[in-house]
Design a protein around this ligand. Structure first.
Ligand SMILES: O=C(O)CCC(=O)C(=O)O
Ligand SMILES: [Fe+2]
Length: 600
């Protein structure tokens, strides 16, 4: 078998071969009657009709298999000679894709045996119980009017909605902002205005169908350009009521639905269709739209399948938020603690347990030591014995060779990570460090004190650090700052916000809105703080690539960590109120307040 290809293409051919083999295809170096046609699958937007016409001249085709979620197609001739002729003639030819003027380069390989046909396009379409589709729910005039109004809102900035540019679509939120970080809405924070009249009118019409029990108060409009999509998900059952209604405008699109026990359904959403999710379709099946520029559509009369190009599509999803189980953690029985016992319970649930759960992921994001902390350590006398209180995954434990560092933390999983790095570390409660008085030449305590949920406990945590320090020794303490914008500069935490929101960073003075409310709210990541005591979501991604699908299903878990974010001077005042130490420095460092204390 010889390949007549340029050096560059031969290299590419080999690369693709390796990829196909790693995907489990049994590629053969000897000719067989089976071929893999790389880049010629439905997943690469190449029609079965195109490959049939290309391959027919070389012999009698037995089988063609193409898959919506794979970029290759498989083809069997009756004879090996026929496959060889095709292999030689079509190697590296350009074939046309369905999308405008796009070409794909075909690479061919022999295949030992065709894999079992499971997963190839199945005509049979399972249909989820509880899914209601009402075609032609809108007239074309109503559709045009809605598109016009939505495009107007997209072009203008208004306090009625929030606009976000996500990776694979643009969204507008009305009523309440849907928070992608926590997969939730903050029911205590509605947008200032209710729905615009175009949304209310259409909602009136939806309510008349009788399929939605409670009138929705949250609307998310998704704008998809060709190639955009939405990952598989179930709309958060804790945040939204049953009876979610979604109207399709503009282009047709295929929505995929998957049951947890296997069956899948491809729902062809024609423009002007109203889709209502109830029952299993609402609570058991996931729905999503694959990022593609075309969809495979079956013509029911001829039973023929063909690819249809996508155009710009807009959907309006109306949901009723569940106030009783919203992310106001009051509803999880969680308020700002009023006793030592409730504080300990809260920290156990929203600090220790969470760090145990997220330890590995946390550790992978906390490798780089902060320069000013390193500088503090480097300025200590060589040979100093230093305790890192709340050492986490130990990023400071071996960053400074001239000193001897020990770490302690209240999370066993984090301590284990330190031990695996051959660092000294032990498990303990920061309120009760099992070390004699006056032991250490210095202490650091970085991003720890803000996890104590009462000012008494923050105070006693500092006393405990001072207790284990020898006279004259220094402690460096960092806490998260309420002020994430300081001296007109946004902290990195705010800068990391990708969302292009109209109301991006909330006014820091708005924290008073919560002053009398003792319940804890979930903070929206990458935004300014609105309250000093809050729960900050930590999203642990479990991204697994689903082999039967062309996109990642992200089974994310959200964990909540308690924080008390410190206002300017608060840490300093707390320390100055402690006799037996001097505050010798205090400063702001990238979204944190820091103090240097000296034990007297
Ligand atoms: O675009 C659609 O039809 C679906 C949107 C959706 O699933 C959602 O916003 O949760
Ligand atoms: Fe959804």
């Amino acid at each position: 078998m010889t390949l007549n290809l340029s050096k560059k293409k031969a290299r590419k051919w080999l690369k693709v071969k390796a990829k196909l083999s790693s995907n489990g295809l049994d590629i053969s170096d000897e000719p067989t009657n089976n071929l893999v046609l790389a880049n010629a699958g439905l997943g690469n937007e190449v029609c079965v009709k195109v490959i049939t016409e290309l391959c027919e001249p070389y012999g009698c085709i037995d089988t063609i298999r193409s898959y919506m979620d794979k970029s290759y197609a498989l083809l069997s001739y009756q004879k090996t000679d026929e496959a060889m002729a095709c292999f030689n003639k079509l190697q590296s030819v350009e074939i046309s894709k369905t999308s405008d003027n796009e070409l794909a380069t075909l690479y061919l390989y022999f295949l030992q045996t065709l894999p079992p046909s499971e997963g190839a396009i199945k005509k049979k379409n399972d249909f989820p119980q509880g899914l209601i589709t009402l075609e032609n729910f809108l007239s074309t005039e109503e559709e045009e009017e809605l598109i016009m109004q939505i495009e107007k809102d997209l072009a203008k900035r208004s306090d009625m909605h929030i606009q976000e540019t996500l990776k694979h679509r643009t969204v507008l939120h009305y009523g309440y902002k849907f928070q992608y970080g926590s997969n939730d809405v903050n029911s205590s924070n509605p947008l200032s205005k209710k729905f615009p009249s175009f949304a209310n009118n259409i909602l009136d019409k939806i309510m008349k169908t009788g399929h939605i029990p409670n009138r929705p108060d949250q609307l998310t409009i998704n704008i998809y350009n060709p190639g955009d999509g939405i990952p598989h998900h179930i709309d958060n059952p804790d945040a939204f009521d049953t009876g979610i209604a979604s109207i399709s405008l503009g282009s047709q699109i295929v929505m995929e639905m998957k049951s947890p026990v296997g069956p899948k359904a491809n729902i062809m959403l024609k423009p002007r269709t109203l889709l209502i999710f109830t029952g299993d379709a609402r609570y058991k099946w996931t729905h999503g739209i694959t990022q593609k520029k075309s969809d495979l559509v079956c013509d029911e009369r001829s039973d023929q399948e063909f690819l249809v190009k996508r155009e710009r599509r807009i959907s309006m999803t109306f949901r009723k938020i569940l106030k009783s189980t919203s992310n106001h953690v009051e509803n999880l029985g969680c308020t700002i603690p009023d006793s030592q016992k409730s504080a300990v319970d809260l920290e156990k649930r929203f600090v220790q347990t969470v760090y145990n759960e997220i330890a590995d992921h946390f550790s992978s994001t906390r490798e780089k030591p902060w320069p000013k902390v390193v500088k503090f350590l480097e300025n200590l006398n060589p040979g100093s014995v230093v305790l890192d209180v709340g050492c986490g995954s130990g990023r400071y434990l071996n960053c400074c060779p001239g000193i001897c560092m020990l770490g302690c933390d209240s999370s066993q999983s984090l301590v284990d990570i330190c031990l695996n790095k051959n660092c000294f570390a032990f498990l303990c409660d920061g309120q009760n460090i099992p070390v004699r008085n006056s032991t250490f030449d210095a202490c650091i305590c970085i991003a720890v004190i803000h996890h104590y949920s009462t000012s008494d406990r923050r105070h006693s945590a500092i006393l405990e650090i001072l207790r284990v320090l020898r006279k004259g020794a220094l402690a460096l303490i960092y806490v998260w700052a309420f002020e994430q914008r300081f001296n007109d500069i946004d902290s990195n935490y705010l800068k990391k916000s990708h969302a292009n929101c109209n109301i991006t960073k909330r006014n820091e003075n708005s924290c008073n809105a919560f002053a009398e409310n003792q319940s804890l709210v979930v903070h929206e990541n990458k935004t300014s703080f609105v309250q000093q005591d809050l729960l900050v979501p930590w999203k642990k991604k479990k991204n697994r690539h689903d082999v039967t699908s062309s996109h990642n299903i992200s089974a994310d878990s959200t964990y909540y960590r308690f924080y008390h974010v410190f206002k300017q001077n608060e840490l300093q005042n707390l320390c100055q109120g402690i006799s037996g130490c001097n505050v010798i420095d205090c400063y702001y460092d990238s979204g944190n307040w820091a103090v240097v204390l000296q034990k007297l």
